[in-house]
Ligand binder design. Structure first.
Ligand code: ADP
Ligand code: MG
Length: 241
């Protein structure tokens, strides 16, 4: 399958049409942004890592009953995916307080929740991805009630599967963002990516951050963190397959 016209260039990936109208090619870049595009940079090798990590995790999720857009990896940076119409909701699951949760609710980072939280934000860069609840999503016509139910069920399932997997790698899954889409036949599937750009991953033993917070907060060792987390994943994939 070959790349035809470029349909879209996002902050982290380029999206291309293919000869099959139901399939797209996503191409992962090394570009990194934070704070709604205010901070820009590059993380050398990130595209290769995020492509591979996202693909491995999506295949694991498929095996655990979560439908995803993954079709096949074409090269280091390119993956064939099912084309969906993206539901414009960023779906965030949290197991431990961090980031905007800590800031918005005035708590420290690192509080372990008794049960995970879910929140939605409206995927709209111009508005700064504002937080909203399911009633707002319904009122705005962003998704139907049934779609929101599917999204919640899949999102918690993703959390269960990934929390367990990362723990086996000595990594704590703090929180993450998912995007879902609708297929041509109206089914909700997991789309976009699952990577250190979209998850907070802390070394369980030391608390060291192994994700994009190193870039956001200028903590240094950004590339090293991405390769460390990728190495942990590679090492444990065989065990769980
Ligand atoms: P953004 O700047 O919006 O974060 P990215 O660079 O991360 O964009 O990704 C490119 C775009 O591709 C995003 O708008 C994302 O929602 C979209 N996308 C991801 N997976 C699919 C898919 N399977 N079908 C259609 N669009 C997708
Ligand atoms: Mg993105």
């Amino acid at each position: 399958m070959e790349k035809l016209s470029q349909l879209y260039e996002g902050k982290a990936k380029k999206v291309y049409a293919t000869e099959d109208p139901d399939l797209l090619i996503v191409s992962y870049k090394d570009d990194a942004t934070a704070f709604n595009g205010l901070k820009k940079g590059t993380i050398a090798g990130k595209g290769v890592i995020n492509n591979r990590m996202s693909n491995e995790l999506m295949q694991m999720l498929e095996r655990e009953g979560v439908p995803t857009h993954f079709v096949s990896q074409l090269s280091e940076r390119d993956t064939l995916v099912r084309r969906v119409s993206i539901v414009p909701l960023e779906v965030i699951i949290r197991n431990i307080s961090a980031g905007s949760f800590a800031k918005n609710y005035g708590v420290e980072e690192g509080i372990v929740f008794a049960s995970p939280t879910i929140e939605f934000s409206y995927k709209n860069d111009a508005l700064g991805d504002p937080l909203l609840n399911e009633y707002h999503a319904l009122a705005l016509g962003l998704a139907t009630k049934e779609e929101i139910e599917d999204i919640k069920r899949y999102a918690f399932r993703v959390n269960d599967v990934l929390k367990r997997f990362w723990l086996s790698c000595g990594v704590t899954l703090v929180d993450f963002k998912l995007e879902f889409g609708r297929t041509a036949d109206g089914k909700i599937i997991l789309a976009d990516e699952i990577s250190p750009d979209t998850c907070r991953l802390w070394d369980t033993a030391t608390g060291t951050k192994l994700d994009k917070d190193r870039f956001r907060r200028d903590l240094g060792g950004v590339e090293e963190a991405y390769s460390e987390i990728m190495g942990r994943l590679e090492k444990n994939l065989e065990v769980t397959k």
